[in-house]
Design a protein around this ligand. Structure first.
Ligand code: F6R
Length: 246
């Protein structure tokens, strides 16, 4: 696992965006699997800015959602669906048939997961998966105690996720389940990029890098990925031991 630390969140976002844009330049039909939330916000903004360069052809890229809140409609501003449309798909004008997001309102979540796993497989797998990290070390909605054998699946959310997740919603919103890409998709993504910034992420970033690999802290499992990259700002990296810093 490579670790890159940048002095500010802006520089961190620019560096992460460059990884994505460079990949699109060499492989115009890049497949992206994208997290939502605060962590990738600046990176997506930078990708949009960099791609406005008319030389970059994005007509062939495909976008897959990393996860979704079960029971939350796509037009709810707290949904992952809404976030990705607002911050990535819309600004870049990605073709609707190149976008695959989980339907959190599906009344057959197993079928929804199967549909997603098949869509990724038909697209030839994920080139770059962008993930944030929960305060409990979750990746997507792969919560502590994760079953790493799973592909897309629906799951009960951890209490921390339900509490912290309120920040995305305009009013108190009951959250119980999520639908997420599983660790099989995480492990088979050709590049896995974890983004984190800010002081509050420092303790979980230290554990991710330095604690024994274990399912109680799902993010530690990223160390078993053969091409994973953690892109941090100085604050998120502030508790890392010197030997783990670039
Ligand atoms: C959201 C997702 C979550 C978040 C994580 C961190 O699509 O997959 O795992 O990445 O909860 O959220 P932020 O970035 O808001 O701190």
């Amino acid at each position: 696992m490579k670790i890159k630390v940048y002095p500010t969140p802006e520089l961190q976002s620019q560096a992460a965006a460059k990884v994505i844009v460079d990949q699109i330049k060499v492989k115009p039909d890049t497949t992206l699997c994208l997290a939502t939330g605060d962590s990738p916000f600046g990176t997506y903004r930078e990708v949009v800015r960099m791609i406005k360069d008319p030389d970059i052809d994005i007509s062939k890229i495909k976008v897959f959602g990393l996860d979704e809140w079960v029971g939350i409609p796509p037009n709810n501003t707290g949904s992952c669906h809404h976030y990705l449309h607002e911050n990535f798909i819309g600004p870049l004008g990605i073709r609707p048939d190149h976008v695959h997001l989980f339907d959190g309102l599906s009344n057959d979540l197993d079928a929804e997961c199967k549909r997603m796993t098949e869509a990724i497989s038909i697209a030839g797998g994920i080139d770059i998966m962008i993930v944030g990290i929960g305060m409990n070390g979750h990746i997507g909605f792969n919560e502590p105690g994760v079953d790493v054998t799973l592909w897309s699946h629906a799951i009960e959310l951890d209490e921390i996720t339900k509490t912290v997740g309120q920040k995305y919603f305009q009013s108190a919103t009951p959250l119980s389940k999520g639908i997420t890409q599983g660790f099989q998709q995480v492990f088979t993504a050709r590049t896995l990029m974890l983004l984190a910034h800010g002081r509050k992420k420092a303790p979980i970033i230290r554990q991710t890098v330095e604690a024994p690999v274990n399912v109680a802290i799902p993010s530690t499992l990223l160390r078993q990925h053969n091409n994973s990259l953690i892109v941090l700002d100085e604050e998120a990296a502030s508790e890392l031991s010197a030997s783990f810093r670039n």
